[in-house]
Design a protein around this ligand. Structure first.
Ligand SMILES: Nc1ncnc2c1ncn2[C@@H]1O[C@H](COP(=O)(O)OP(=O)(O)OP(=O)(O)O)[C@@H](O)[C@H]1O
Ligand SMILES: [Mg+2]
Length: 251
């Protein structure tokens, strides 16, 4: 399978804090990779570097074979290949569920209003948002519904890969599982996904690979089955702590 994201030796400093210290990662077409690691490990910074919401100080990132970190890169075009879902939904408050999705399709993709509406309905169905909610504003939706609209909005742009940064950490457990089930469903449909999460059960069930991040870099990775055989003590310690908080949302 072709490599969709390749990040090599990515460094990022915020003042005197070194958030990334040579982080590297490869994501292949159709793969679902889950990144785990302690708070402050650099997970969000790394994800944001992948579509250049943050520009790394050093390192090279290629999306679909094109270097997004090159100064000559067409960042706007490359960014369209990546769907990004944040912890805090980031919906437009003045637009309905449908409006949140059609705006990108008409403004960025140049689609007609009719086609954009059709597409919006299609992706909303994929995330199990029923017709009764299509014309509601974000304030009228639950957290889980908002997050599913945010996922639908990213999906509507036909990205090559979906990045999720702790998509459920702002939600109550019941609402979390409805969002995780949608992400799992998309992953099973073959949508290439990179997910930062603390949801253990979900990671073990959905991930093809789990990557462990600590101190600004990916220290080890492997399939869920391989997690028992991590080579470094650093990785084993993180896993032990993580296994301790297994809440099994999907397990
Ligand atoms: N905008 C910023 N300005 C200064 N320091 C920052 C900024 N964003 C992050 N940091 C620091 O960089 C390091 C990595 O932060 P990051 O948010 O990437 O970690 P994380 O792994 O996503 O953590 P969490 O699990 O808590 O979300 C931390 O030490 C953090 O304090
Ligand atoms: Mg984070």
């Amino acid at each position: 399978m072709k490599v969709v994201i390749k990040a090599e030796n990515v460094w990022k400093k915020y003042g005197s804090t070194i958030a990334l210290r040579g982080a590297s990662l490869e994501l292949r077409e159709g793969e679902t990779k889950v990144i785990i690691g302690p708070s402050g490990a650099g997970k969000s910074t790394f994800l944001k570097c992948l579509n250049l919401l943050i520009r790394p100080d050093e390192g090279r990132i290629c999306i679909d074979g094109e270097e997004i970190t090159s100064l000559k890169a067409d960042i706007i075009r490359l960014r369209q290949k990546i769907g990004f879902v944040f912890q805090e939904f980031n919906l437009f408050h003045h637009l309905t569920a449908v409006g949140n999705i059609t705006i990108g399709l008409t403004k960025v993709k140049g689609m007609s209003k009719e086609d954009a509406l059709e597409k919006a309905k299609r992706v909303l169905k994929m995330v199990h948002i029923g017709e009764d909610l299509w014309n509601k504003y974000p304030a009228q939706l639950s957290g889980g519904q908002k997050q599913r609209v945010a996922i639908a909005r990213a999906l509507a742009m036909d990205p090559l890969v979906m990045l999720y940064d702790e998509p459920t950490s702002a939600l109550d457990p019941g609402l979390s599982s409805e969002v995780l089930l949608v992400i799992k469903d998309l992953s099973e449909r073959g949508i290439t996904s990179l997910v930062v999460t603390h949801e253990m059960g979900f990671a073990y069930e959905v991930a093809d690979t789990i990557a462990i991040m600590n101190n600004g870099r990916i220290i080890e990775e492997g399939s869920p089955e391989e997690m028992e055989y991590m080579k470094t003590k650093e990785a084993r310690n993180i896993l032990n702590r993580w296994n301790g908080m297994k809440n099994g949302v999907l397990a």
